[in-house]
Design a protein around this ligand. Structure first.
Ligand code: CO8
Length: 261
């Protein structure tokens, strides 16, 4: 297995069906440097390609999921440096992963850390988690989807307030606003995320991937186009053995035996 400088990668859950990626740069509160993000993309791609893995959990430490892009790396950077390498373009690698990705956020999810959490498919929070887009405080703005995904998640007024003040919100607020789907005691959070991954793992992996694609298309398409696309994907499941198996198992009152075909 590949080894990483800034990540711990493990397989958990029944038969190792859930990939667990732990951001591990404790000295900088998991600040998301270029090398860290390159490793994260690579670890996610490896787990995405692993046929035994059904879902992936990304977590950080108790203190920080991730405290944002690396400010020390950016301090002396010029516009032309950003332009030349299309700075942070590779961050959206997470959104190319076809298996469900669950963020388990304990501690700070700030700036790029909040953006990474929002690129995941499901976000679970520990009771002490804090979310924020503090870029405005350091003279910039969110650069990896913060102004877009946060607005879609919590609405304009709340997103504006967060982006314009830079103030953090609590796990409770994030839950009330729909940014996360549930809150857990900090020491139970990762286990809960893995349980959720295991639950998803009981389904057909191909159908899960199709379902994820359909939900995500709602962010890109008009309602009419989205519903049309969904309908065709729904029809497409009828080409799968797992669609037939799922319905036959229901009719025969037994558990389905999915083969991911
Ligand atoms: N980058 C680099 N180092 C960091 C970062 C960061 N984002 N966050 C924390 N660290 C480092 C600190 O410098 C410190 O290091 P050292 O011990 O060497 O001084 C160490 O981590 C511990 O941090 P603190 O001492 O500050 O810990 P506290 O518990 O006192 O405070 C906070 C914790 C509140 C999280 C505080 O560290 C903080 O405010 N961090 C910065 C948060 C922030 O502003 N994040 C947004 C960054 S910008 C961003 O993410 C933009 C993303 C997209 C950019 C697109 C550009 C094109």
């Amino acid at each position: 297995a590949p080894s990483y400088d800034y990540l711990l990668v493990d397989k958990r859950g029944e038969s190792g069906c859930v990939g667990l990626v732990t951001l591990n740069r404790p000295k900088a509160l998991n600040a998301l440097s270029d090398p860290l993000m390159i490793e994260l993309n690579s670890a996610l791609q490896t787990l995405d390609a692993d046929p035994t893995v059904a879902a992936i959990v990304i977590t950080g430490s108790d203190k920080a999921f991730a405290a944002g892009a690396d400010i020390k790396q950016m301090e002396d950077q010029q516009f032309v440096d950003c332009l030349k390498v299309n700075f942070l373009d590779h961050w959206n690698g997470i959104t190319k992963i076809r298996k469900p990705v669950i963020a388990a956020v304990n501690g700070y999810a700030l700036g790029g850390g909040c953006e990474v959490a929002m690129m995941c498919d499901i976000v679970l929070a520990g009771e002490k988690a804090k979310f924020g887009q503090p870029e405005i405080i350091i003279g910039t703005i969110p650069g990896s989807g913060g102004t877009q995904r946060l607005t879609k998640a919590v609405g304009k007024s709340r997103a504006m307030q967060m982006c314009l003040t830079g103030d953090m919100i609590t796990a409770q607020q994030a839950n009330d606003w729909g940014l996360v789907s549930s809150i857990h005691p900090p020491d139970k959070l990762v286990d809960e995320a893995i349980k959720l991954g295991e639950r998803i793992a009981t389904h057909s992996k191909v159908v899960v991937a199709v379902c994820k694609e359909a939900v995500n298309s709602s962010f890109e398409l008009s309602l009419g186009e989205g519903v049309k696309f969904e309908k065709r994907l729904f029809h497409a499941t009828f080409a799968l053995n797992d669609r037939k198996e799922g319905m036959t198992a229901f009719v025969q009152k037994r558990k389905p035996n999915f083969t991911d075909t």
